[in-house]
Design a protein around this ligand. Structure first.
Ligand code: AMP
Ligand code: ZN
Length: 115
């Protein structure tokens, strides 16, 4: 846990969130400022600042985050229609919270490339 990290505080239950899923390795909760009808963040319990801070030691964990997002999309019923998974990294990538997270967005059509 990193002392000043917002998402570590959510993992610890010190800041409330609308929990969607939790397991040994990750937690998923609704984004506070949804950009789609469904907008969920899937985050590792372990504090990793960004993709730029990840390593091959995290291979299994990173796979688990994506597979968890895919399972949530199926469980919520929008997997067949489609969805968007996004990982923003550092300043140019638009990252604002420096605890790695996968955005899972569904329930509308997305354009590509994103802005
Ligand atoms: P990013 O810009 O990729 O770092 O994404 C950070 C996301 O965290 C944004 O979509 C925010 O809306 C979301 N966010 C910030 N604070 C909270 C919070 N307390 N609970 C849920 N989501 C949050
Ligand atoms: Zn953290």
């Amino acid at each position: 846990m990193s002392q000043d990290c917002l998402f570590c505080k959510i993992v610890a239950g010190d800041i409330p969130s609308e929990l969607i899923h939790e397991d040994e390795h990750c937690v998923a909760f609704n984004d506070i400022s949804p950009q789609a009808p469904t907008h969920i963040l899937v985050i590792p319990r372990k504090h990793i600042e960004s993709m730029d801070d990840s390593s091959t030691n995290d291979s299994e964990l990173l796979g688990h985050l994506l597979l968890t997002a895919a399972k949530i999309a199926r469980d919520k019923g929008f997997a067949e229609n489609g969805y968007r998974t996004v990982i923003n990294t550092n300043e140019d990538g638009g990252q604002t919270v420096f605890h790695l997270h996968v955005h899972l967005l569904g329930g509308r059509k997305f354009i590509f490339p994103p802005g």
